[in-house]
Every structure is written in C-alpha cells, then in structure tokens.
Ligand binder design. Structure first.
Ligand code: PLP
Length: 380
C-alpha cells in the first residue's frame, strides 16, 4: 500500500532553525513550545530530537495531558515541562501528577498561588508565575505584584523559578507598537519589584517568535529565556507588511504531500464535484487524495496549488477525501495520475502564500491536520 497523504517532517530543518535562533540569541536559553502536538508535527518525535540532538531542556505545553504524555513517552530523557494555560490545579488528582511527574504548572491567578503555597506537598516545588502585562488573556494582575511578593515571602520562599509574560503583538513592530512597548516596560517593572523585595528570579522570559525574530525584547531585558514556537517549525510569525523587520530565515520543517488519484480533461462550462461548480475554462482536473477528513478545510476552496511549474485552482467544494484542482489545458501532458503532489513544500513562501490566500495563519494550517495524515520523519 502506498501512502495517501502525509506530512514529511525534516528534522534537519528543525536543527537549522534552532541554530539560527541560537545565533540570534546566543545568551538565551530556549523553552521550546511543543503544545498542540508540536504545532501539528508530532510532539514526541519533535521533543525527542530537540533533547537528544539540540540539547533543549525545557518545553512548553498547553494542557496537563500533553505534559503527561511528554513525560511518559520520553521518560528516558531529562527535561523540564511547563503547562501554560489549562493547568487544572483545582483537581486533586492533578496535584499528584505535577508533584510526581515533575511537571511545572504556570500560575496565572492568586488562588492557584495560594494553593501551592498552602499545600505542604508543594513546599519545595518550583514556583512559576505568569503576569498579564497587557495581553489580557490569562495572567496575574501587575497591580497585585506587592501582594504576591509578600505572599511568597510570608511563606518563607525566596525564589521564583520562572517569571513569565507573553506578548500580544509580537507579529507587529516591537520597537514602535505601543502595546509591545507597554508590555515590555511593565515586565521590567515587575521583575524589579521582585528583585528589590529580595526574591531571586531564577528564570525570566517574555519573548515569543515575533519578538525573537526582531531581536528586540530579549536583548538588554536581562531575561534568561526565550520561548519560540512557530519559528522553530520554520515560518515567520511576522505580519507580511513587517517582514522586513525580521532577522530570521527559517526553513519550514514539513512538506504536506498527497498524490493524484486521477486526471481528466474538461471543457469550459463542465460542472464538477458536489454543488456542480462550473469550470470557467478548458483544462485538466487533477483529483487529489486529501480532503476535510484530513483537516484540509472547505475554506481552502479557490486557493492556488502548483505542480511541475503549472498553477491550478482548487475548484468545486473540498470533499471529505478529495479535492479537484483545475489546471490550464497546456498542462495536459504533464499532470499525471499517481504522481506525488506537494501542497506546501519546504520553501517558506509556499506555505505563507497558501495561508495568506486561504485567510488562515501558518499556526492553524499546521494544527488543522488530522490523524489520518501520517507524520513521517526524515533527516535529509
Ligand atoms: C505562553 C506562550 N509562550 C510562547 C508561545 C510561542 O509563541 P510563538 O509560536 O508565536 O512563538 C506561546 C504560543 O502561543 C505561548 O502561549
């Protein structure tokens, strides 16, 4: 049996992206975001490679179950795991998971902090705090900094393991965007307050991909860590109008491949597929083995795909298992059944063009792919 559609993940490109980031931020440690199944690339193989080949020792998940999977499936390796959003500290059984599996919940409200400080089992457990410096999603209120610092000291603690904040607008200019300036300065104030209060901040971080790409945010901030997600997987996270501000030329780690099930010629006016969409011109239709059952959304209809130098259009409704791509008639002798067809390649441009055209974001394109698409790993 040959493959239908697959995501070919080239781990050498992950290595390349990592080396680019290290060159940009030589003094920063990397906390690598591998949530949402490694941004759709397969969290376990990605994290294993990151630990064993890249020396990364800290990972970010969104949920406790992601973190548990990471710990259980890579229990032969040493690394730290943070759970960022869905920490569910209110559930008794989760406390046990955090304690016994060495998973660090990122605390973003005072009641969670109270729980950690008051529960004897957590007496020596690392405290990781996330402040809302202006994203207005999760996070401790900076106005409560004195109260929080006081709580920590009252319980005889003198260190915070990791103090975190997160930029809302890192895809926009770091130097001039008001929200970015505001968030950066708030974080500096919070760090200063803790330090002045005699609390040691062992680790601090605020920068995600957009900030790292602009090389602003971690330089001179004194932060020990950066937290790249998307850029590790290759694409820029900068908005296209600000791409000139980026210093990062990543390689997209994945190639989404499918194959041509069959081709047939059509004349202008021929109705094809569900809903009988009318072909606007004579052409050749390639039926590809990918559809919304693979995570290839119906919203991708009308987008352009390329094969052997020809450009086709996804024509008619995206089906559960197939799409129809209409090519110009000149492609007749070139677009052949059974050929492998690349939806997005390793070239950044293809993925970004496709995401712009389909009004998605690269994050979403990656994360949308369903389990029916096998992930295949290469080192070329
Ligand atoms: C707390 C936190 N840090 C870092 C990241 C990484 O962001 P990016 O993928 O834009 O680098 C995320 C992603 O959403 C996040 O939630």
């Amino acid at each position: 049996m040959k493959f239908r559609s697959r995501l070919v993940v080239n781990l050498k490109n992950l290595e390349y992206n990592h080396s680019q980031i290290k060159a940009m931020a030589p003094d920063s440690n990397i906390l690598f975001m591998v949530k949402a199944d490694g941004y759709g690339h397969g969290m376990i193989p990605i994290a294993r490679f990151a630990v064993t080949e890249l020396g990364i020792k800290e990972f970010g998940c969104a949920t406790i179950s992601e973190a548990l999977k990471l710990r259980e499936e890579l229990n032969d390796l040493e690394f730290d795991i943070y759970v960022f959003s869905d920490i569910q500290l209110e559930l008794f059984e989760n406390a046990d998971i955090y304690l016994k599996r060495r998973i660090i919940p990122v605390i973003s409200n005072v009641s969670e902090l109270e729980y950690i400080l008051h529960t004897p089992e957590f007496k020596n457990f690392p405290i990781c705090l996330k402040f809302n410096t202006g994203m207005n999603r999760l996070g401790l209120d900076p106005k409560e900094t004195p109260h929080i610092a006081n709580m920590i000291k009252t319980h005889g603690r003198t260190t915070v393991h990791h103090l975190i904040s997160h930029y809302a607008n890192a895809s926009y200019p770091m130097e001039t965007n008001e929200r970015n300036i505001y968030q950066r300065s708030r974080f500096i104030d919070i760090k200063k307050y803790f330090t002045d209060a005699g609390i040691t901040l062992e680790r601090t971080s605020q920068s995600n991909s957009g900030a790292i790409e602009q090389k602003i945010g971690f330089k001179n901030s004194g932060d020990t860590h950066i937290r790249p997600g998307l850029m590790m997987y290759g694409p820029t996270s900068l908005h296209s109008e600000f791409s000139n501000l980026g210093h990062f030329q990543g390689k997209v780690v994945s190639r989404l491949e499918t194959y041509i099930i069959r081709t047939f010629e059509v004349t202008a006016g021929t109705p094809i597929g569900y809903g009988s969409t009318i072909c606007p011109h004579d052409g050749i239709v390639a039926v590809l083995a990918i559809g919304y059952g693979d995570g290839f959304s119906t919203r991708y209809g009308g987008a352009h795909l390329h094969h052997k130098g020809f450009t086709g259009v996804i024509t008619g409704r995206v089906n559960m298992d197939m799409i129809q791509v209409l090519f110009p008639i000149e492609a007749r002798d070139h677009i052949l059944a059974h050929e492998i067809f690349t939806i997005w390649g390793e070239q950044d441009g293809d993925l970004l063009k496709f995401s712009e055209e389909t009004k998605t974001i690269p994050y979403e394109l990656f994360c949308s792919l369903l389990p029916r698409i096998p992930r295949v790993y290469r080192l070329d």
